[in-house]
Design a protein. Structure first.
Ligand code: SAH
Ligand code: TYD
Length: 389
């Protein structure tokens, strides 16, 4: 049974940056499946509306993302030494470009971002990861020793079809690595902004293992990584491959989640109450700043920020603009608002309050804006509760 636990109000497509005002178009609610323990959003948009030529997200914009991908590539070469690799949702090639180009095949449905990966010398299928593509991959390539996918699987509605397809193209000795935001971290940090139309699911280890098992796959190791506000990197194998042992780290992650109650509806009811409180407190905090005639801007026009602004109804009456480094977002409105995205400039005016839309890159941002912060410049965050830093 699927039980709703949170209503995040009317929302637009979170990456639909446009020069025209785009109003919210759907009601975003979160639900928990008591059987599989999966947490998901209630409305699944057609993939073509979300992932198309104008998709603006670029992985390479974050130093942390680039560094972690580089580090992981080194580890993969050393420990798994794969001969052929498939990456699903390669975006601009930030991960795949760390490997010998002859060994890697990429899948990326958004043509503009795929072009950027191709420029790096990568072979890219400009396709969605679906049954049709599987046929093509099986025709043109050997089964893969390694399949990698970061922040993409949770964008795909039919998980059973994804994992059934993975079993077809993964070599029997192969490893499938997924990186996705951690549900445990999301709940602990109260980061309800992890939910928007593209994040159909936020995985717990428990739920992911339940879905994988149905498709003759299983997790054999989990790493907790810092990116995107706390993610998990899952190492997955075919169940029939008994050569790889299940790690202690996997069992520890399962136990941590169980102890936290991630598999119970009560956990989400509590989360829902905390989120509603967070909304009230954030509105109160920003109201107070505006009443003192002070200026607020945003830093990082992330999809996460779109959820916050629309849920809390904090729009152009609160924010002067948002800074962002992404070319495809600059000069456009944040979806559901008339707040302009401006080309990033180093922060100078220490009287202006700066709301962290990209709170998950706080350390990286603080390094860049050290002089602003040292000159008593103030950041605002809602993680884990609304406050001024
Ligand atoms: N892997 C990168 C990009 C994540 S953004 C990183 O972690 O930084 C998600 C990417 O998945 C986008 O580039 C999007 O176009 C792609 N994507 C979305 N749906 C997909 C699908 N059905 N099949 C393959 N790729 C998909
Ligand atoms: P991100 O948190 O990666 O993802 P999502 O859109 O899925 O929520 O988005 C961060 C945004 O912040 C992205 O548009 C790039 C921008 N950004 C900056 O403008 N400056 C920075 O220093 C960093 C780290 C990000």
């Amino acid at each position: 049974m699927k039980k709703i636990f949170l209503d995040l109000g009317n929302q637009p497509l979170a990456n639909n940056f446009s020069k025209k005002y785009i109003p919210p178009i759907f009601r975003l609610k979160l639900k928990f499946d008591t059987k599989s323990k999966l947490v998901m959003i209630n409305k699944h948009m057609e993939k073509e509306r979300m992932f198309n030529k104008s998709y603006p997200y670029r992985s390479s914009k974050s130093k942390l993302v680039r560094e972690l991908f580089k580090e992981l590539s080194k580890k993969i070469k050393k420990k798994l030494n794969p001969e052929n690799i498939l990456e699903i949702g390669c975006n601009d090639g930030s991960f795949a470009s760390n490997f010998n180009k002859e060994k890697v095949v990429c899948v990326e449905p958004c043509s503009d971002v795929a072009k950027e990966a191709k420029k790096k010398g990568l072979r890219v299928y400009v396709n969605y990861f679906d049954d049709l593509l599987i046929k093509l991959l099986l025709k043109n390539h050997q089964k893969f020793d390694l399949i990698f996918s970061a922040n993409t699987i949770t964008h795909i509605s039919d998980l059973n079809s994804v994992f059934a397809n993975i079993t077809q193209i993964l070599a029997d000795h192969g490893t499938f690595i997924i990186e996705e935001p951690s549900l445990l971290e999301t709940i602990k940090k109260n980061s309800y902004d992890q939910f928007y139309n593209e994040h159909i699911y936020v995985f717990s280890t428990i739920a992911l293992q339940n879905i994988l098992k149905k498709n003759k796959l299983e997790i054999y190791d989990v790493e907790n990584i810092k990116v995107h506000g706390g993610s998990n990197r899952y190492y997955i194998k075919k169940k029939k491959n008994k050569k790889i042992k299940i790690s202690l780290r996997f069992k520890k992650n399962l136990n941590l989640e169980k102890r936290f109650g991630i598999n119970t509806f009560a956990c989400y009811k509590k989360f829902s109450k905390r989120v509603q409180k967070s909304k009230k407190e954030l509105i109160k905090l920003l109201k107070k700043i505006k009443e003192n005639n002070q200026k607020i801007i945003g830093y990082g026009a992330s999809a996460k920020a779109v959820t916050i602004l629309n849920y809390c109804n904090l729009k152009e009456n609160y924010f002067d603009f948002f800074y962002d480094t992404t070319q495809q977002k600059i000069g456009k409105f944040l979806p559901g608002t008339r707040i302009n995205v401006l080309k990033y400039k180093k922060l100078r005016d220490n009287k202006t309050y700066v709301f962290l839309g990209a709170w998950n890159f706080y350390k990286e941002i603080l390094k860049k804006e050290k002089s602003f912060y040292m000159n008593s410049g103030k950041f605002i965050t809602h993680i884990p509760y609304p406050r001024i830093i």
